[in-house]
Design a protein around this ligand. Structure first.
Ligand code: 13P
Length: 258
């Protein structure tokens, strides 16, 4: 089991509406009296609901997160959202390079590295998401793809900035499919990520950097995944839309204390 403080995020993606987003955050807060005592917990609602969700979080220790940001501070970038705008809304943590940004929207490693730099410079925690497709996995390229994405995403990120970085390993074939990586398969990739971090930085940095797993995480599989030594929490999609399921997943990292 991981020795690092776990971190569990609920990525709501392009789901909910104003009423259901407010209801969901109210349910999470009501059921999470002490769930942040042993675990960092973050919610990533759609941009339009950041403000109402943040208002419901109030002074609760749950972190308000954004699903994306743009790397420029302001200007003629129609439709984009800057780090400063997120900070205005009390956002503390932001996803960078979620597989749907990479594979559906078409963002590349160079852009994602600029976004991560911008997030960290603004004082946000950045969750750098990496992971291989099924075609890449079947071609035996899992290690190469994940290491390449990690190196490219962290280009010119300094060692002291790594305190603000979380890595999320999300195999694309496991996202929203009901297919989860086995604990052993996920652990193998997480260990490879940590070894790569040791090479890019140093052993101490690798030892404290948290690596989340994402891809069809449910209450029924979270505990077994969390038994692995290099899995430090989860990035949850579908199951985060149900407060009880999401909190069950949080509890799987902190035992009965939540
Ligand atoms: P699912 O949990 O729905 O597979 O989504 C995972 C994910 O993409 C979280 O960012």
């Amino acid at each position: 089991m991981s020795t690092r403080r776990p971190i569990v995020g609920g990525n709501w993606k392009m789901n909910t509406n104003l009423a259901s987003a407010v209801e969901l955050v109210e349910d999470v807060v009501a059921q999470c009296q002490t769930c942040t005592a042993g675990c960092d917990v973050a919610l990533f609602p759609p941009f339009p609901y950041l403000n109402p969700v943040g208002a419901k979080l109030g002074h609760h220790a749950i972190l308000l997160g954004a699903q994306d940001l743009y790397h420029e501070p302001n200007g003629a970038f129609t439709g984009e959202v800057s780090a400063e705008m997120l900070i205005d809304l009390d956002v503390e943590i932001v996803l960078v390079g979620h597989s749907e940004r990479r594979h559906v929207i078409g963002e590349d490693d160079f852009l994602l590295n600029r976004k991560l730099h911008t997030a960290l410079a603004a004082g946000l925690t950045g969750v750098l998401c990496i992971g291989e497709t099924m075609v890449q996995r079947e071609a035996g390229q899992t290690q190469q793809v994940t290491v390449d994405q990690l190196r490219a995403g962290l280009e010119q990120i300094r060692v002291e900035q790594m305190r603000q970085v979380v890595i999320a390993y999300e195999p694309v074939w496991a996202i929203g499919t009901g297919r989860t990586a086995t604990p052993e398969d996920a652990q193998a990739v997480h260990a490879q990520i940590r070894t790569t971090l040791a090479g890019l930085y140093d052993e101490a940095t690798a030892a404290v950097t948290r690596i989340q797993y994402g891809g069809s995480v449910k209450p029924s599989n979270a505990a077994a995944l969390y038994q692995q030594p290099d899995i430090d929490g989860f990035l949850v999609g579908g199951a985060s839309l149900k407060a009880d399921q999401f909190l069950d997943i949080v509890r799987s990292t902190v035992g009965a204390t939540a």
